[in-house]
Design a protein around this ligand. Structure first.
Ligand code: CP
Ligand code: NVA
Length: 311
């Protein structure tokens, strides 16, 4: 079976469900789609198709890149805020899934619980794409891998170090890196380390590479090609901001920490960022930062994903 046949109609709930070769295929397609756009080529394989985008949390990048992306592919995107659809008033996810399957060709959902995304996918007859949950952010990691490949020319043999909260980003990065042949190190304080089951899952995907979880940022950063950070308080954790600022005080990505990585290490961040908290302005706005290339690649990677799943 070709990758095209293999991926058609599939959901993307977590990268754990995709093989290394399937992720590689999507990244290759993303590079081609990016090239077409740069050349001004019209490419509309999803003409007449509609993507529904359910948001229970805020978004700039995910919302705009999916909506612009489906439009550029010849289709239409519908922004469905959970405040405005009946889901927000208690209509069951299973009913929503069945109803939307009659109208749409794909659903992207950003919400809190991974279980809700699984339930939506279980009950929908069209592809469901996870646009971020408390556990995972797979679309971000597709764009991250595309960016690393562009900048470093390869994925295999590199080391990515993530500094901060063991959150959705840490989880998806561990899985994505383990699958694609990168060493991955996570430095997080006690009480904020990645979920143990997800860490074990990531380790099960690693073939000869390392998945390290430590409390020590300096140990984690040694020999790193990529240093990655994310906010200390994710969406839904705003009330914990002050407590987290204390817990993560030693986990700021700054010049001092950066000096322990390889001299050509790059800085990545999924954004939005808080300058002066998880990263200093001179790092995120400095010459080794690729955060805006990374943000742009959300568009290209997700166009590839939509073509693969909804084409
Ligand atoms: N990185 C990311 O998903 O950004 P948004 O929250 O703006 O979608
Ligand atoms: N960990 C962050 C990522 C935002 C893209 C959050 O969940 O808010």
């Amino acid at each position: 079976m070709s990758f095209k046949e293999q991926l058609k109609g599939r959901d993307l709930l977590t990268l754990a469900d995709y093989s290394k070769a399937e992720i590689g295929y999507i990244l290759e397609l993303a590079a081609q789609i990016k090239e077409k756009k740069k050349n001004g080529e019209v490419y509309e394989p999803l003409k007449g198709k509609t993507l529904g985008m359910i948001f229970e949390k805020s978004s700039t990048r995910t919302r705009v890149s999916f909506e612009a992306g489906i439009y550029q592919l010849g289709g239409t995107g519908l922004f469905l805020s959970s405040n405005d659809i009946q889901l927000g008033r208690g209509e069951p996810i299973s009913d929503t899934a069945q109803v939307l399957s009659g109208y749409l060709d794909g659903i992207m959902i950003r919400t809190f619980s991974q279980k809700d995304v699984e339930d939506l996918a279980e009950n929908a007859s069209i592809p469901v794409i996870n646009g971020l949950t408390d556990d995972y952010h797979p679309c971000q990691v597709l764009a991250d891998l595309q960016t690393i490949k562009e900048v470093k020319g390869t994925l295999e043999g590199l080391k990515l170090t993530y500094i901060g909260d063991g959150n959705n980003m840490a989880h998806s990065l561990m899985i994505g890196c383990a699958k694609m042949g990168l060493d991955v190190a996570i430095a997080a304080p006690k009480g904020y380390q990645p979920n143990e089951n997800i860490t074990a899952l990531a380790k099960s995907f690693a073939e000869g590479t390392e998945v390290l979880v430590t409390e020590d940022p300096i140990e984690a950063v040694a020999n790193a090609d990529i240093i990655y950070s994310d906010v200390w308080a994710s969406m839904g954790q705003e009330a914990e901001q002050k407590v987290r600022e204390q817990a993560f005080a030693k986990y700021q990505v700054n010049n001092e920490l950066f000096a322990h990585a390889k001299s050509d290490a790059i800085f990545m961040h999924c954004l939005p960022a808080h300058r002066g908290e998880e990263v200093t302005a001179d790092i995120i706005d400095g010459p080794q930062s690729v955060v805006f290339q990374e943000a742009e690649n959300r568009l290209h990677a997700q166009k590839a994903l939509m073509v693969a799943l909804m084409g």
